[in-house]
Design a protein around this ligand. Structure first.
Ligand code: PAF
Length: 273
């Protein structure tokens, strides 16, 4: 595995790569969820590139940029073992130049739900992912469905800018007890982790209700709230694939999303119906 820190080197390497290139952009602190993205990229492409860059522009003032978990050594080993060909680990000065041309997330999709709670977050995501795509020029890029809104915005970016690559959505990976994997789970104290399980339990409940024939969004939301009584729910949203609210659940067209705080940790999760 080659570890590259600067743009010229990775671009030179990319030029020499033959066949398809699968790309997994990450912010490090790699877990089984990232590994699943890497494995999928490995099976579908001739070469695999992973980037690790904790992108400052997607963190709001007061968010956890400084204490975002950084585990360079462990991350390198994981990538090596997973058969990654190139690990791109730029520093901030390599990626950003000061007063820059700026991209903006779509006015609706970028500013509802997560975008409403974290205004400007998705602007930072599109800014950095556009840069990464331009540097790596992947054939396919892999993103987890857990960050459903990010995934949809990046699909839109690729469509809107006619970019020649495929975005591949990958199912959320869960612990055995249902907790969706996230780099932020390490912040949870044991008692908080137990309470956090109510998020995935509420989503399971929603899915069971729907399988039993319930379509009313309010009824589903009420049942979910009931399960998450012991955590601080920020939102439950029942939306279509473009994040427009739905009053009635439609099979193969609906996403149910939850954001909640458990102690000081903010968690998100969802299911695709
Ligand atoms: O999902 C993430 O880890 C980040 O938002 C991403 C896509 C790597 C951009 O910094």
């Amino acid at each position: 595995m080659q570890i590259i820190k600067n743009i010229e080197e990775i671009q030179a390497l990319r030029e020499k790569m033959e066949g398809s290139v699968g790309f997994v952009p990450t912010m490090g602190a790699l877990h089984q969820g990232h590994l699943t993205l890497i494995q999928r990229a490995r099976t579908e492409n001739d070469r695999v590139v992973v980037s690790i860059f904790v992108n400052p522009t997607q963190f709001l003032p007061g968010e956890d940029l400084d204490k975002y978990p950084r585990r360079e050594e462990a991350d390198r080993k994981i990538c090596e073992l997973a058969g990654v060909d190139v690990l791109f680990m730029p520093d901030i000065e390599t990626m950003y130049h000061g007063d820059e041309v700026k991209l903006k997330a779509p006015a609706y999709l970028g500013y509802v739900l997560e975008g409403n709670r974290r205004p400007g977050h998705f602007d930072g995501v599109v800014q950095v992912v556009m840069k990464l795509f331009n540097i790596v020029q992947p054939t396919r890029a892999y993103f987890g469905k857990k960050d459903a809104q990010q995934l949809r915005i990046l699909q839109k970016m690729v469509e809107d800018f006619f970019m020649p690559l495929e975005i591949v959505p990958v199912d959320t990976v869960r612990e055995e007890d249902g907790l969706a994997l996230s780099s932020r789970n390490i912040y949870l104290k044991p008692e908080e982790r137990k309470r956090a399980l109510s998020i995935s339990r509420s989503l399971k409940r929603a899915s069971r209700l729907i399988m039993a024939g319930e379509t009313d969004a309010d009824a589903i939301e009420m049942a979910m709230k009931d399960i998450m009584k012991e955590i601080d729910v920020e939102y439950i949203a029942i939306v279509d694939r473009d994040f427009r609210p739905l009053r009635k659940v439609e099979i193969k067209k609906t996403i149910i999303l939850v954001a909640a705080r458990v102690g000081a940790t903010r968690l998100i999760d969802n299911i695709w119906i």
